[in-house]
Ligand binder design. Structure first.
Ligand SMILES: [Zn+2]
Length: 61
């Protein structure tokens, strides 16, 4: 599926995931699985975005 075919929700989930990966790359606490409010915020946002993408998935889901 191309990016153009994705719903707004799917694109948002993808963007959020990319942001989380960028953060993990640059964040020593996250790399050590330590407490990181920023990382927790990204993971929460990603969960919400994925749930929204599933809900908006259409009739064949
Ligand atoms: Zn972090």
């Amino acid at each position: 599926m191309s990016v153009a075919e994705m719903s707004v929700e799917e694109r948002r989930a993808r963007t959020t995931y990319a942001l989380l990966l960028d953060h993990l790359d640059a964040c020593p606490p996250c790399q050590a699985f330590a407490d990181c409010p920023e990382g927790a915020r990204f993971r929460r946002a990603l969960r919400a975005a994925r749930a929204a993408a599933r809900t908006a998935g259409g009739p064949d889901e």
